[in-house]
Design a protein around this ligand. Sequence first.
Ligand code: GCW
Length: 678
Amino acid sequence: DEAFRALGSRRVLVAVGPDAGPVAGTVVAEVAAATARFGGHLVTAPVSVDEVLASDVVLAILGSGGQVGAEPAVQAALEGGFVLGADAPMRSGAFTVERQDGTTVVVAADAAGLLYGLHALVRRGEDAFSGSHQVVRDQPVNGIRMLDHWDNMTVHPVMGQVERGYAGGSIFYTDGRVRDDLSRVARYARLLGSVGIDAVGLNNVNVHATEARLLTDHLDDVARLADVFRPHGIRVFLSASFAAPLTVGGLPTADPLDPAVQDWWASAVRRVYETVPDFGGFVVKADSEGQPGPFAYGRDHADGANLLARALAPFGGTVFWRAFVYDHHQDWRDRSTDRARAAHDHFTPLDGRFDDNVVLQVKYGPMDFQTREPVSPVIAGMPRTRLAVELQVTQEYTGQQQHAVYLGPQWEQILAFRLAEDGRTVGDVAAGLPEGRPAGLVAVSNVGTDEFWTGHPLAQANLYAFARLAWGAHDPLAILDEWAGLTFGDDPAVRAAVHAVLDDSWRTYERYTAPLGVGFMVRPGHHYGPDVDGYEYTAWGTYHFADRDGIGVDRTRATGTGFTGQYAAPWRDVYESVETCPDELLLFFHHVPYTHVLHSGSTVVQHIYDTHADGYDEVVRMASAWEQVRGRVPDALFDRVTQRLAEQERSAREWRDQLRSAFFRRSGIPDATGRTIY
Ligand code: GCW
């Protein structure tokens, strides 16, 4: 709230027109609260010319100009279709900020844009009200900026209440129902709206029995949640079970081509919209990791997705159909099955068959949210399908919010990755640029009932960074700086410490965990801490094949699983050859001897020794950097981060020693630097 000081101490005119709705109401309420707190003044239209002239700030929705008198500079901005309308049609959420004759004018295309414009001003603090600046225009690059919650209504015996949740219980549910007290949800909605998130999935994609009934028995409660999110420009979605016609509806089948099944979905969806008129739609995990799907009836994913899409279409709803489909009952002896191939094998033959209101939701990598993976070949492989890229803000494989790991740099690298020779990036495909099929970005949320919301207080930076990247910001360190300023204020020592801890933390984590893109090596089940062979002989398809001579998965066309062939040029050839494959992905694509010399000049085994020792040392340095802020941030927050850094140091030491020892024992090759190996 301190960030509102510059705005709240001024005279602010808000012009939203008569029927602007709940999001505009939020803008008025935010300004009212800020001006009450910081001694400023709120004026709402209609007003006289004199009142306009006396305002320091005008916040207006385009077209509400008639309401704000005829003051020429402001009118020019409001009519400034010329600014906003330049490349029509504008995305919802667009706004401009302009300074004219001592007045800061924010003009938005719609109420959501006004909310985002307000927060853009707040982020700029005093700078927004001094000097004269050029018109700044901004609009979201992605129409869909979505957070999925893997929350269960009840506590699941293995996964807990929030699957892969590291921040306490669910903020939505308790004891099998939606909470009575939704005050944290309201604060969460305000937080998300302030950074442009516009969609939230309310329940786990693994849909258990209780949650399958959210769309039938608990609709009034879903409506209560929707009511809390709506004023912040956020639509709610439910994860649906494909088997619901059977399990909830009592039909003998869930076959997508059966008319009774189609009718069941149509009427279930109609009832949802009667209760939640702006319901967003469904998120579906089908035929994956035990979830039901169309395969049971000999149908494919397009049949399944279109079934739900057609029920939603009359109401403007969307189906997010997940591409995370693979064989999780693999035989480790079978070297021909490659989990990395699965999504592309399943989905690319279906390109062009999905309805317009289906979005295929694709994890960024072919495996599963690892610290380092190549981008999924599905992203370039389905030009006739709307495709959203899925990221994981919750840190399942990246330290589980015990470790400080800022993922902004990883995500930016993924989004900026050029898919093919035509130069389109992953981000372009998600956004539908230059003339593709727009969808957006989705991520799994990291928020729970924890006192700091995200377990590790610094993990909030990941939530912030996801939202800003989904909006269209690019520079992850500038985003981090923005977050640090908004969270901790202007103290340069605190900012410096936040940067010292987080800037390089993703690469640091990579150094002390699984090497060179090989992935996994974590404890099975909960996925925390080192276990070199933990998944080596399991059914999950996540193997590294390390023996006494070498390590890595041969995914080449020449001698391996052929996965490299799923990429377009140039990547199919870049990855195929050990000569050109980037070091950081070498073991994802190739099985090489420990003595193989990397582009860096080091051998594979020496790289393992060095990065693990260096990564641990870096964590020690992070902890001492944080120590500098004692007394400069609230004590409870200082203590929580300090405890987590101590755990990170313990865990990094364990990773270092297990990995260095394991590869010495396998290879028999000593560490050239002579450092201790156990
Ligand atoms: O990363 C894996 C997780 C599962 C999760 C699955 C998915 C919700 O280990 O817990 O299930 O991915 O994305 O569906």
